[in-house]
Ligand binder design. Structure first.
Ligand code: GLU
Length: 303
């Protein structure tokens, strides 16, 4: 298959919709991103990598980090985690507080902010450095030693993070955070603020395409855990539009308000598309269009 030609066609399909979305502005450091920027990269399970557009431009990975914190927490023996966070779609915005009270501080799934705060808390307990664990994993899988937290974005998030702070304190009141709230928030903001490019994320996403095996052939996750993460990505990974994403793209995927979407094709590879303009629920308009085209045009599908 000529992957480069395929990616170029998907980029051409996405071009007319670039600029229709709006960059996230509730984190001021992200508001100035160019809505016309676009990049896309594909990595196969056996190490082939291709990309088009601005595929080597680092962007704020934001909630794409939630996939890696979950993988790492489970890899470090965190399966009791499933008593502290559910695996049902929330049907609510990613930063909603509404279900937490009636559900006794147990978030619906690991990919909404409340759930990710619990996973970060667990990873902090298991490793002592949740942010560092995510950065190390991304560096090792991509070979890009420069991957790091963008501290200006992290500070901007922290300064405007009242809702995340509210979620964290509320869950702490139910005993569902074990570390000090400020420590959990710091690691959460700093892992969301990691800057990486489409190539790096596609390569790191291949762990899930290889059913839990890392690029160097060692196993990070049990096959069962990799399967479960992919399943929860499909049902919960793209905010309260996971149904729409499954309908249009049909792959397990995680989006972030930096405009990236990382999609996994078990057994084949991973594809990451990025464009900062978001639709009203927070998914990148350009990345969605490109991924939809990509799965229509290729046999990279789980269906
Ligand atoms: N750091 C962002 C927040 O907590 C992540 C949101 C996202 O990408 O979904 O609001």
């Amino acid at each position: 298959m000529d992957y480069l030609e395929l990616l170029n066609k998907s980029m051409d399909t996405a071009k007319p919709v670039l600029g229709r979305g709006t960059p996230a502005d509730y984190i001021p450091a992200l508001a100035c991103a160019d809505p016309y920027a676009f990049g896309m990269a594909l990595a196969t399970v056996d190490g082939e990598v291709h990309g088009v557009g601005e595929w080597r431009t680092p962007f704020s990975i934001q909630s794409i980090s939630k996939l890696f914190t979950l993988a790492l927490a489970l890899a470090h023996g965190g399966s009791p985690l499933w008593q502290r966070v559910g695996r049902e779609p929330s049907g609510n915005p990613f930063n909603s507080l509404i279900q937490l009270e009636s559900e006794q501080g147990v978030p619906r799934n690991p990919f909404i902010n409340a759930g990710a705060l619990v996973v970060t808390d667990a990873l902090l307990t298991l490793t002592g450095d949740a942010r560092g664990a995510v950065v190390d994993l991304l560096r090792q899988e991509s070979g890009s030693e420069g991957i790091d937290t963008d501290l200006a974005v992290a500070e901007s998030e922290a300064a405007h993070g009242h809702r995340n702070a509210a979620l964290a304190h509320f869950m702490a009141s139910f005993g569902n955070l074990h570390n000090p709230v400020d420590d959990v928030l710091k690691h959460y903001f700093e892992q969301c603020s990691v800057a990486a490019d489409c190539r790096d994320l596609a390569m790191a996403g291949c762990i899930l395409a290889r059913h839990g095996v890392r690029g160097d052939g060692t196993r990070l996750l049990g096959r069962g855990d990799a399967k479960r993460i992919n399943a929860v990505l499909l049902t919960c990974g793209t905010y309260d539009a996971a149904g729409e994403f499954a309908y249009r793209v049909g792959l397990p995927g995680k989006s972030g308000v930096g405009g990236g979407i990382l999609a996994i094709v078990p057994g084949r590879g991973a594809v990451c598309a990025w464009s900062p303009g978001l639709d009203p629920v927070g998914n990148s308009v350009g990345a969605m269009a490109a991924l939809e085209d990509f799965t229509h045009r290729s046999d990279w599908s789980v269906f």
